[in-house]
Design a protein around this ligand. Structure first.
Ligand SMILES: [Zn+2]
Length: 302
């Protein structure tokens, strides 16, 4: 049973918005593309995990804190006698491990070895279980999900699941009988309640309001070549159409995420959307979807 769904992280969403509205540096582009790939890999794994039939509780994207140390768990699976911590990696191409370091074969570039990250998470998670007075064995695994990934010199004693082993890993999970009780469910709820929403690992580029491109763009292809036709935002590039109200709300969502310190007002959203719509339209949409705070002149929306 899936208890906590996975969503694109605030960091990934912000990077998507920024990528459309400013020129990212090479390094930022690489970081953004890694975030997209990572998320894609996690979604691929989620689809496969739907095949789990035995009683299990699945919690995705947990960010926990133990004595001031934060750690993330991509997927946590609680079954009767075991907790699996899964780190999902969507690496592509040929890599090799040498004295515990991970390198790309063709470029020689060193990557963070995810096994380290996972072992740290597992240690911290075991500490957390102790403080919660819970006594489950914890089994961590790094799952390389991309079928185009090869890892040379992978030692057999490492908690690594290679692409050719993912199905078998899930089958084995499926084969181990599991009956859950109230204790398992309480633990799961407890872990979810400990989830931290402010992620200290987030790394966004520096950006200022003035330097970002204002305007509305196509949801599908991100093109700014959009026109307003019959209450819809219509894309001149891919032909996609979206109801104006929905498109405005999407733009407000972006504005709020990128500039949490700025107030949502008719004027601020009018400027942000910078399009062929009257202030009246923005005012109407904001009034309908948010709560107005303050008196007429300084009304803002929450
Ligand atoms: Zn489009």
């Amino acid at each position: 049973m899936l208890l906590k769904k996975r969503f694109a992280s605030d960091e990934l969403l912000s990077m998507r918005y920024l990528n459309t509205r400013m020129a990212l540096t090479e390094k930022e582009t690489l970081h953004y593309s890694n975030l997209e790939k990572g998320y894609e890999g996690e979604l691929t794994f989620d689809l496969l995990a739907e095949s789990l039939k035995e009683e299990k509780l699945i919690i995705n994207d947990l960010l926990l804190e133990v004595s001031n140390s934060y750690f993330q768990i991509d997927t946590l699976v609680i079954s009767q006698g075991m907790i699996h911590l899964l780190e999902i990696k969507n690496y592509q191409g040929d890599c090799y491990l040498e004295s515990d370091k991970l390198y790309a074969v063709n470029t020689g570039r060193e990557y963070k070895n995810p096994v380290y990250q996972l072992k740290r998470s597992a240690t911290l998670f075991r500490q957390l279980l102790q403080t919660l007075k819970q006594n489950y064995p914890v089994e961590p695994s790094v799952i390389f999900i991309n079928p185009e990934f090869t890892l040379y010199q992978a030692p057999m004693d490492q908690p690594i699941i290679l692409p050719t082993q993912v199905n078998r890993f899930l089958n084995d999970l499926n084969k181990s009988p599991s009956k859950l009780n109230e204790g398992h469910r309480k633990l799961a709820q407890n872990l979810i309640s400990l989830h931290q929403t402010k992620n200290p690992f987030t790394a966004l580029p520096n950006f200022q309001y003035d330097q970002l491109l204002k305007g509305m763009y196509c949801e599908t292809c991100k093109s700014m070549l959009v026109v307003i036709k019959k209450k819809s935002l219509v894309c001149g590039k891919c032909g996609g159409a979206e109801k104006i109200e929905r498109a405005i709300l999407r733009s407000v969502g972006e504005f709020k995420m990128l500039f949490p310190e700025r107030k949502v007002t008719t004027q601020s959203i009018y400027e942000w959307c910078n399009t062929d719509l009257s202030k009246k339209t923005f005012c109407r949409v904001l009034k309908k979807n948010f709560i107005a705070v303050g008196s007429t002149r300084d009304t803002y929306y929450e």
